[in-house]
Design a protein around this ligand. Sequence first.
Ligand SMILES: [Zn+2]
Length: 424
Amino acid sequence: MPADATASPPSKAAGGHIRLTSHSAGTAAPEIVWGAPTAALRGPIVGTTANRSHRNVIGTHSGAYGVYRALAVAAGSLSRDHRADLTNTSPTDVFGPHPQWGEPSAIVSLDPWGAMVAEAFADELAAGIDIRPTIAVTKAQVILPEISDAILRGRLRPDERVLLSTGAAQVTKAAIEPVWHLPGVARRFGCSETDLRRALFEETGGMYPELVTRSDLEVFLPPIGGQTIYIFGDPRGLADPAVELTARVHDECNGSDVFGSDICTCRPYLTHAIEECIQGAQRGGVGLVAYSRKEGRALGEVTKFLVYNARKRQVGGDTADQYFARTECVAGVQDMRFQELMPDVLHWLGIRRIHRLVSMSNMKYDAITGSGIEVGERVSIPDALIPADAQVEMDAKTAAGYYTPGVTPDAEELRKAKGRELDA
Ligand SMILES: [Zn+2]
């Protein structure tokens, strides 16, 4: 059992505010005041496992990869005491601070100060506290066959600034680890913090006892995938509502995004969004793709492939009217992505207005606008980019309320089998 789990019961200060220093005798953990307006007042996130008395969170760094780190320790290839040498790792571009960083409920699932820990917490680092960045920012060039094709067809023109004649697009990109403020996450989902903590504890097989034994620890580093953002054009334009922003929030789909599977529209929509982002940046605006690791509607690939088989083997074949039902039969829900946390990354970037949202999802649209960000135009995927086998998904989604500038299919249309058979 972790040492922290044997600590004395937590005590809460007046007004529900929790003082980490007021419990578990001898702890040297810095206090976290979530949503405080400066890094110094907010305090560092300390997820190190090397010195338990410094820890002020539940869980540890690297999301799902924390388990691989444990394996490396178990295998004897990684020293438990390794401290990251952060020389030359600082962000290529500085984001914020933005006003949203100081609103405790605006951002609840990432650490807005996560990219600048080396400067913001220099004193604590010098004092020997192992504080790690939860956000890293770098620059890259991305080369995609769809973008090269768009150049060949004359839809895109290299300008040697946003898009090079080699076909490479210049990007600024950031990787973001999940950092959950449990009271804020509970509020987003309309449940009590106690119920959230208990479900997280029980449904991970009791992986984090502190969820139920340490109510004073309000921040959880969950063992899940994070997000990556790709920015086209000058990132400083993101927070300026007067600068045209083209944006897509995309959920991971390994089968289509990486391997080109044709049962869904994920990669075509992603590359279409990148084309739109490049065009927007060339008009003097900025483009953003926020990519979330939520494979298969956050159900995972095993469930996703089971659903594919169930869809294609059902009586009558793969039809749009059974699209959501087949998922629910296997998974128990139609979708587990819960877009409630998705807008956090947009608020981290200081975004107030998205001029062109490249998405048809009503769930994403509702989450973004519900969080206070204005959305201008919604950009749907051109029909020519929809693979034949993906028409079932497209019909089912538009019938269920996804945005479409075209005709919403009726009940009869939804019953027509359009998906390919498994052995076709
Ligand atoms: Zn997909």
